[in-house]
Design a binder for this molecule. Sequence first.
Ligand SMILES: Nc1ncnc2c1ncn2[C@@H]1O[C@H](COP(=O)(O)OP(=O)(O)OP(=O)(O)O)[C@@H](O)[C@H]1O
Ligand SMILES: [Mg+2]
Length: 256
Amino acid sequence: MSFTLAGVTRRYTVPGDRPWRRVVRTALDGLDLEVPAGRDLAVVGASGSGKSTLLRVLLALEAPEAGTVRFRGEVVTPRRPGALRRAVGVVAQDPGSSLDPRLPVGASLREPLECAGVPGDHGERVAELLDAVGLDPAVADRRPAAFSGGERQRIALARALATRPAVLVADEPFSAVDPTTRRRLVTLVGHLARASGTRLLLVSHDLGIAQRLCADVAVLAAGRVVETGPIDDVLARPSADATRALLDAVLGVEVP
Ligand SMILES: Nc1ncnc2c1ncn2[C@@H]1O[C@H](COP(=O)(O)OP(=O)(O)OP(=O)(O)O)[C@@H](O)[C@H]1O
Ligand SMILES: [Mg+2]
């Protein structure tokens, strides 16, 4: 098992409609999820269902108020992430903006390798990574502002894959680009993950993309996993209302 979440609750306290009022939002509500090793999982669900929160908790970037997150059987927390950080590459929601604007992209690609203590100057690996995402290695000395949104997404992807992580965790990595670029990026992610033996854990609004890249799906609604299993089966025979609603939205028809 790679990730196991048991009874995970994450709440946020936000300002209410009066200065002295506070509203508690339950983003994850006793969520259970098992992500088997060697499988690709898509996490889908309506906006606000808790997908991004799930990723932050699963990556031990935030601690839940209740429940446990395990990675390869070990409990992980923000203070003790164990083997997690090294095993996982992350592409954030709006990945283009996750690159440091002051750094040449070559330096951004080198950074995870340095953090992981990989020896050498990484020049070759940086060139290889840029080439893998379809960019000319000569662009390594340019800053992010010199690239288009789609190119920045590819660079963010290259960065996440730099250390050949066991798992690539990506939050809507294809949302900020046009449909043609999106199609290319989806194909690219599939190829790169397969080439490096990296498993995918992907949040997506887009059921088509989820189905294309992942064999399994977990459907979130109101901070819980309401349905999970092989994605082809779940989409063909949805059992949860939330899954039907997502399918309705795609097909524009009622799913019985
Ligand atoms: N840092 C935060 N502070 C306050 N509330 C938050 C925070 N993060 C999430 N929430 C709330 O928790 C709920 C779940 O949010 P989350 O971002 O996980 O949803 P999501 O499924 O990723 O949505 P989207 O598809 O729009 O990205 C929402 O009600 C949101 O407003
Ligand atoms: Mg989100």
